[in-house]
Write a protein that binds this ligand. Structure first.
Ligand SMILES: [Zn+2]
Length: 266
């Protein structure tokens, strides 16, 4: 019986490597980081460019680095940026570049919600969801080619590869399973960093309400990060199970600092 099991496991892993499933693991960490780095300028441009306010950028970065410090995937150069787009959204490029839009920062009411969304995006990077999704969209062979190009290609080839990544990232659609997993990592990281993990739930609730009141207002966000009432329930259940000392109605000690920063958005 055991032998049969072993044989079938071997057979399925051989099948995977033959068909290219899961081949994103063939991409080195260096290639993943280079992909994100090459694609970043084009991607930033698509979402209105960086908000030109050093204090605000530093603030987003500081909250993000708290999450990165406790991430389950270390050795990645996590970086956080705020982009000008008014449409609420958040993204993670392969290799650790993470963005939120001004529209999303405006929708929040306290700092733990910001920590929650940045923790969620760090979770996507930690679980390598972005690379997996690009692979699904362009195919394993093309992804491997892109990965090789961003390291060894000439300038023209690199630019073309970067364009492909940026375009795919902008239309990227995570699966429901990816979203549950990233929510859980966001909850883990906030808690480990000493932040109330209910920030994750609060932000999901804010976005859910926004979409109900004004359907379509979140357009892309709903495409890239599918949001359902089930997702909110799952997040609450996970906190209750893992971190029962966390309290949903506790005030956010950093809410005032958050509001002062939020006011800087024009
Ligand atoms: Zn997500």
């Amino acid at each position: 019986m055991q032998r049969m099991l072993l044989l079938s496991t071997l057979a399925s892993s051989m099948l995977f490597s033959l068909t290219g499933c899961g081949s994103f693991s063939l991409i080195s960490k260096e290639q993943e980081i280079a992909m994100g780095r090459e694609a970043a300028p084009k991607f930033e441009e698509e979402f209105g460019g960086p908000v030109e306010d050093a204090a605000l950028q530093n603030y987003v970065s500081q909250v993000g680095q708290q999450m990165a410090a406790v991430s389950t995937r270390q050795g990645i150069p996590y970086e956080f940026g705020l982009l000008n787009s008014d449409v609420p959204n958040a993204f993670a490029l392969p290799g650790g570049k993470i963005y939120i839009t001004a529209g999303l920062l405006r929708a929040m009411t306290n700092e733990r919600q910001l920590a929650g969304v940045l923790g969620h995006e760090v979770g996507h990077v930690a679980e390598k969801h972005s690379v997996e999704q690009i692979e699904k969209q362009v195919g394993a062979a093309v992804l491997l080619e892109i990965a090789a190009t961003v390291i060894g290609g000439d300038t023209g080839e690199k630019a073309k590869a970067a364009g492909t990544i940026a375009a795919n990232m902008a239309m990227l659609k995570y699966s429901r399973e990816d979203e549950y997993e990233a929510d859980k990592r966001g909850i883990d990281y906030t808690y480990r960093a000493g932040v109330n993990p209910y920030g994750v739930v609060e932000l999901l609730e804010v976005l859910y309400k926004m979409n109900e009141q004004e359907p379509g207002s979140l357009g892309e966000m709903f495409q890239t990060h599918p949001l359902t009432s089930k997702r909110i329930e799952e997040a609450i259940a996970y906190i209750e199970e893992e971190y029962d000392s966390a309290k949903p109605d506790a005030p956010d000690p950093n809410a005032a600092r958050f509001r002062n920063m939020q006011k800087r958005l024009k």
